[in-house]
Write a protein that binds this ligand. Structure first.
Ligand code: PRT
Ligand code: MG
Length: 205
């Protein structure tokens, strides 16, 4: 049995075609159901549907053998106990520092609103910029407008969300795309099966 952890949303939409080309299909009736464990066309493969940020957690603990998660989520989690084996090149974006202007970054102690607490901390520490991180779960763009923070650290794709809220992308922290991760113990015990999936997926990216 092989368990694959996926999350609903933009990653799933771009992952399903890749899996299909590799020979793994999930029926629409399964996808549209409220089930969290989905059957596939293969009796020996199950898919679990969880929150994006939970994917590395399930894989780390071996509750899933493999998973697909954004590099942003993996950086934040720390990716202990799992191997990042494939860059799927989907759901691409950039992790960036944004503010109303570059002047807003000139602070002795920079207030940073973000859900990427660890990545932001590490980035500003490397720059030698003292900061206070304010953890938010969404609507980061609002924080500088209401003076909750001087800047934000968030994902940027087209830049439209920042623009609509009067923010400018200033510093680039990391390029993001979705990665296939594997539990380190599963990679040993189910090596043949996992490697053949990786090869099949890799052919189509
Ligand atoms: O809501 P939940 O926590 O369950 O999951 P989620 O919404 O984080 O999951 P989902 O399925 O939306 O996928 C998120 C993953 O997609 C992230 O972890 C990234 O790896 C990837 N991804 C790629 C993005 C974006 N691009 C992206 N643009 N995730 C979010 N955004 C958001 C961004 O946070 C900002 O609000 O889109 C907005 C910016 O987009 P632009 O085009 O206006 O710049
Ligand atoms: Mg979302």
């Amino acid at each position: 049995m092989l368990t694959i952890a996926l999350s609903k949303g933009r990653i799933l939409a771009q992952t399903l075609p890749l899996l299909k080309k590799a020979g793994l299909e999930i029926a629409d009736s399964e996808l549209n159901s409220r089930k969290l464990i989905l059957d596939t066309n293969l009796a020996e493969v199950k898919v679990i549907i969880i929150r994006a940020t939970d994917v590395p957690v399930f894989v780390q603990h071996g509750a899933a053998d493999m998973g697909i998660a954004g590099k942003d989520v993996l950086l934040e989690h720390g990716a202990h106990g799992l191997f990042e084996l494939l860059d799927l090149g989907i759901a691409k974006c950039r992790l960036m520092v944004a503010a109303q202007s570059s002047d807003h970054l000139q602070e002795n102690i920079l207030k940073v609103a973000t859900k990427y607490v660890n990545s932001a901390k590490q980035y500003f520490q490397q720059k030698g910029q003292p900061c206070e991180i304010i953890k938010l779960y969404g609507a980061m763009e609002l924080a500088p407008i209401v003076k909750l923070s001087h800047c934000i650290v968030d994902l940027v794709d087209t830049g439209n969300t920042l623009k609509a809220n009067g923010l400018i992308p200033l510093d680039h922290i990391a390029d993001i795309s979705s990665r296939l991760v594997v539990n380190s113990a599963s990679f040993k015990t189910k090596n043949t099966q996992i490697k053949s999936w990786i090869n099949a997926i890799e052919k189509n990216i």
